[in-house]
Write a protein that binds this ligand. Structure first.
Ligand code: PBG
Length: 328
């Protein structure tokens, strides 16, 4: 209907013409680069399961942040490796905690870089869970409401240190509201919240758990992370997070959840981030390392498809490589 009825044909396209009719444009300005901060001095330790990614002490993190800024990547997401863990994850909200130190140090450099911090307990709790464990047995249970208080404290301390965006990733009910309320109460309404709204229980987090030293010591995260079979539930989670005050909502992981990205974007038309997680990174690296995939093409294809599905922002460990390619 409406189209002229010529002989059916496809336009043969030169490279230039292809770029003219291209629908999706991946850009450096879409990317957020996740970084891991650890204690100590002059630490720059490669994470074995994530080649090209490192644990940085704060001094080296600053060097890295400068490089990221130079590449035109607009934002970094910081994960902290706690020096000491306890049942309440108290280093998470310690003013002298690793993230607080890191954020203050980067802020001092006045870089043109948005600083986002991960707000969760799993790197700080001795049992490696994202919330406070209420009971281990017979039924494993997380104390949602006690966890909210701690998450709010962590977010507040990150904001005081100078974070621009806090990113709650614990998947506790009401976490966005709890954080929004505490920030507003302390006149920090400018601090944005990027909510891990639809975070699935996924095997693709494997390399990260090693990188962040946070595998759960018992039980698993299925009681608070989503079942990969569900998409309606993701829409409900996103709706709640928007109502609670999220500025950006996130779907995580990305690649096995392109339909979720698509539906969230179509339904809410809200700033949407997708997390191209550690396992998605490592599987391309591993296959490319064996010559089974053409690395650059595979990476660009994956990231473009995440954007095509509807993501505005992509969190990816490929950010630096991609920035170099897109610049060239
Ligand atoms: C935990 C957290 C995880 C990731 C980000 N934050 C791991 C998990 O839920 O087990 C995964 C990121 C990645 O795999 O790249 N708060």
């Amino acid at each position: 209907m409406g189209y002229p009825q010529y002989r059916p044909r496809r336009m043969r396209k030169s490279a230039l013409l292809r770029s003219l009719v291209r629908e999706t444009h991946l850009s450096v300005s879409d990317l957020i680069y996740p970084l891991f901060v650890s204690d100590g001095r002059d630490v720059r330790e490669e994470i074995p399961s994530m080649p090209g990614n490192f644990h940085f002490s704060v001094d080296n993190l600053i060097k890295e942040a400068k490089e990221v800024e130079q590449l035109g990547i607009p934002a970094i997401l910081l994960f902290g490796l706690a020096a000491k863990k306890d049942e309440l994850g108290s280093e998470g909200y310690d003013e002298q905690g690793i993230i607080q130190e890191a954020v203050r140090a980067i802020k001092k450099e006045r870089l043109n870089l948005v600083i986002i911090t991960d707000v969760c307990l799993c790197q700080y709790t001795s049992d490696g869970h994202c919330g406070i464990v209420k009971t281990k047995e017979p039924e494993f249970e997380i104390d949602n409401d006690q966890t909210l208080k701690i998450l709010a404290k962590i977010a507040l301390s990150h904001a005081h240190a100078g974070a621009d965006i806090v990113a709650p990733s614990a998947m506790m009910d009401g976490q966005v509201r709890a954080i929004r309320e505490v920030l507003d109460k302390h006149h920090l309404s400018d601090i944005a919240i990027m909510a891990y709204a639809a975070k699935y229980a996924s095997s693709f987090y494997g390399p990260f758990r090693e990188a962040a030293h946070c595998p759960p010591q018992f039980g698993d995260r299925r009681s608070y992370q989503m079942d990969c079979a569900n998409v309606e539930e993701a829409l409900r989670e996103v709706k709640l997070d928007i109502e609670e005050g999220a500025d950006i909502v996130m779907v995580k992981p990305a690649l096995a959840y392109l339909d979720v990205i698509y539906r969230v974007k179509s339904q809410f038309h809200y700033p949407l981030a997708a997390y191209n997680v550690s396992g998605e990174f490592s599987m391309i690296k591993a296959a490319a390392g064996r010559g089974w995939l053409e690395e650059k093409q595979a990476i660009l294809e994956v990231l473009t498809s995440i954007k095509r599905a509807g993501a505005d922002i992509i969190l990816t460990y490929f950010a630096k490589e991609v920035a170099r390619w897109l610049k060239a």
